[in-house]
Ligand binder design. Structure first.
Ligand code: AKG
Length: 247
């Protein structure tokens, strides 16, 4: 079982854990989110999940899931809930956040061929919480993530920065919620190449982005965010849902 390298996390603001999840978990996640996207496209499905279209594929034909950017609010649903609560996950998160944990955000990111990447940002800009930290992102590679299909890029050590101002994503018609840091030198950035089942833990102040998918295949990831139980949201969020997963 992987253990958290606190020195490395403290220095860089992220940790990659290769081979964390098995292939079955990844394919069950993909199958279930495809089912949700298809149900939603025909007005079925009464779950809380929020399905967002990929703006850069607007007007294209295809299966419902080929036109989706993200599906939010999955951590009360089947395989997604099981992963959010899995002690193999929450014991790791507890080492960095604290013993009692809420999962407050979950999103499946399809990143289909032609989909836009998400510009440079720090996740904490989205989280008006008290206390504001610690918050941890947990990014599971459901497929491989490569330079061509739009892997994450991170600036090691940038989690030590305060939250910077973010401006609207400057691409016309950009995806919902995409905003961007433009006042920081990102030249120290490194790509984070992932194989299916690899897990990335990252601090909510870490500056990161993903690039456009210019490949022919999907780059899928399932992302969770955790905070200490008792953390309060000071203004209500559309996509947040606090659920205690470790008591
Ligand atoms: O996976 C991506 O394309 C972007 C994910 C991201 O930036 C995030 O989870 O904060």
């Amino acid at each position: 079982m992987p253990k958290v390298d606190h020195d490395e996390f403290g220095r860089s603001g992220y940790l990659r854990l290769p081979g964390f999840a098995d292939a079955d978990t990844c394919s069950q996640m993909l199958d279930r989110v495809v089912e949700i996207a298809r149900d939603r496209a025909v007005g079925l499905g009464d779950g809380p999940s929020i399905v967002l279209p990929e703006a850069n594929l607007r007007g294209r034909g295809g299966l419902p899931e080929q036109l989706v950017s993200k599906v939010f609010k999955l951590h009360r649903d089947s395989v997604f809930e099981a992963f959010a609560r899995d002690p193999a996950v929450t014991d790791l998160v507890a080492e960095l956040v604290g013993p009692r944990l809420d999962c407050f955000l979950s999103q499946f990111i399809f990143k289909n061929p032609g989909a836009w990447g998400q510009p440079w940002h720090q996740d904490s800009v989205y989280f008006p919480f008290e206390p504001p930290r610690p918050i941890l992102g947990v990014w599971l590679a459901v497929t491989e993530a490569t330079l061509e299909n739009g892997c994450l890029h991170v600036v090691p050590g940038s989690h030590l920065e305060p939250v910077h101002p973010h401006v609207e994503d400057r691409r016309p018609g950009a995806n919902y919620g995409y905003i961007e840091i433009v006042d920081h030198d990102m030249s120290a950035a490194v790509p984070v190449l992932m194989a299916p089942g690899d897990l990335l833990l990252f601090d909510s102040h870490l500056m990161h982005r993903s690039t456009d998918n210019v490949s022919d295949g999907i780059r899928a990831a399932m992302v969770y965010h955790y905070a200490a139980t008792g953390t309060v949201e000071t203004s209500p969020g559309l996509v947040t849902d606090f659920v205690t997963v470790r008591g």
